[in-house]
Design a protein around this ligand. Structure first.
Ligand SMILES: [Zn+2]
Length: 67
C-alpha cells in the first residue's frame, strides 16, 4: 500500500499515513495537534529542487555525435 504524506494546516506538521489508493484523507487528524482535514502532500517534493539543473543538462554532448 502506498504511503501518503499529509500537511497539517493547523501546526504545519507533515506526517505519513499508509492508505488505500482511493482512500481520502478528510477523516485524518494530525498526530501532533489533532487538527482535522490535513492537506495531502505529493511525494517527491524534494526532487523539485533539481528540476532546474536537469532541464539544462539535456544535451550532454554524448548525443551530439548523432550523424
Ligand atoms: Zn497539527
Amino acid at each position: 500500500m502506498p504511503i501518503y504524506e499529509y500537511l497539517c494546516r493547523k501546526c504545519g506538521k507533515i506526517f505519513e499515513k499508509i492508505q488505500k489508493i482511493n482512500e481520502g484523507g478528510d477523516h485524518l487528524t494530525c498526530p501532533s495537534c489533532g487538527g482535522k482535514k490535513p492537506e495531502k502532500v505529493l511525494s517527491g517534493f524534494s526532487s523539485s529542487k533539481g528540476s532546474d539543473s536537469s532541464s539544462s543538462c539535456g544535451p550532454t554532448g554524448g548525443s551530439s555525435r548523432f550523424t
